[in-house]
Design a protein around this ligand. Structure first.
Ligand code: ZN
Ligand code: ZN
Length: 108
């Protein structure tokens, strides 16, 4: 919580260009949003966005690499690591075709 140095009014976050500032609704005083405030706001919105994507499209936030899909022949796939067995064993690498969504795992 931040207050205006002029009139002790509670500053409210406001968009200014690409950044967020804290603005006094009474006198218009502005200051840079502190890291924590900014993070709290951006974090909350990105979390809800991310969960929407996961529900509708699966692992679309994963990085992509060059890998051949055996179903459609596409040469690009999302890749991510997942621990599937005992914790002391290396995690398995999973691929998901960016085109048809076919998912497969890498066998060592
Ligand atoms: Zn003010
Ligand atoms: Zn494919």
């Amino acid at each position: 919580m931040k207050f205006c140095p002029n009139d002790r009014t509670l500053l409210v976050p406001a968009k200014k260009g690409h950044s967020t500032v804290l603005r006094c609704p009474k006198c218009g005083y502005e200051e840079e949003a502190s890291g924590t405030v900014k993070d709290a706001y951006t974090h909350r919105s990105s979390v809800s966005r991310k969960s929407d994507i996961i529900v509708s499209q699966g692992r679309s936030d994963a990085p992509t690499i060059k890998a051949r899909c055996s179903r459609c022949g596409n040469e690009e796939a999302y890749v991510w690591m997942q621990q599937t067995r005992a914790a002391d064993e290396p995690p398995t690498r999973f691929y998901r075709c960016t085109k048809c969504g076919y998912t497969w795992r890498e066998y060592e």
